[in-house]
Design a binder for this molecule. Structure first.
Ligand SMILES: N[C@@H](CCC(=O)N[C@@H](CS)C(=O)NCC(=O)O)C(=O)O
Length: 213
């Protein structure tokens, strides 16, 4: 398998976590988003959306959209499961994941922020847009997991909800959001203790800048 990503892409980060939890090895192709490499013709041939991640399977088929990729990996490699066994549990985990993947991340991602700048919004207003979007969305996530969390967002094993939450908390820090979500931060600490989550961290990727100093 070959993962097309970028160290700082939160959507690619999700797939790195899922691959790690499944114990799958993969080749990595970096596309520097700030240089626009995701819009190179060779990559657009794989993903006409010009977004990372994309996962190339060994038979040449290409999957895009991080949640679809994570669910594919969960179905193709069922152990350990990333979704609960029962329908209500599965719907609950998917709902948590979509709080982030549908209603936070797309509103604050690179493309939207660049479009705001192109339309004349000042940089501090662009940053505030992203920060407020994240703060409102994660406040709702925090409320949602009051009833579902154990060590992780849903119960005591990691699920797709955590796979989506952890990169979004990374974005929250990047945009200087107020980190006022004790349950989500406790879940993050539990995730960070797992090798699959640690290995997926942006700064652990081969295309991350070298540490300063
Ligand atoms: N819904 C997509 C979102 C993918 C996405 O927004 N990727 C960002 C990086 S996190 C990207 O490639 N941005 C490049 C651009 O906007 O030009 C997914 O979950 O895979």
């Amino acid at each position: 398998m070959r993962l097309h990503g970028f160290f700082r892409s939160s959507a690619a980060w999700r797939v790195r976590i899922a691959l790690g939890l499944k114990g799958l090895s993969y080749d990595y192709v970096s596309h520097r988003l700030l240089q626009g490499e995701q819009r190179a013709p060779q990559y657009l041939a794989l993903n006409p959306q010009g977004l990372v991640p994309a996962l190339e399977l060994d038979d040449g088929q290409v999957l895009t959209q991080s949640l679809a990729i994570c669910e594919y990996l969960d179905e193709a490699y069922p152990d350990p499961p990333l979704l609960p066994a029962d329908p209500l549990g599965r719907a609950t985990v998917r709902s948590l994941a979509q709080v982030v993947a549908c209603d936070i991340h797309p509103v604050q991602n690179l493309k939207i922020l660049q479009r705001l700048r192109e339309n004349g919004l000042a940089e501090d207003a662009v940053q505030a847009w992203a920060r407020t979007t994240i703060e409102e969305g994660l406040a709702a996530y925090e409320q949602r997991i009051v009833r579902t969390a154990g060590r992780f967002s849903f119960g005591d094993t990691p699920t797709i909800a955590d796979i989506v939450l952890i990169p979004q908390l990374g974005n929250a820090r990047r945009f200087g959001a107020a980190l006022e979500w004790p349950r989500a931060l406790a879940v993050e600490a539990a995730c960070q203790a797992l090798p699959a989550f640690a290995a997926a961290e942006p700064l652990a990727q081969p295309d991350a800048p070298p540490p300063k100093g």
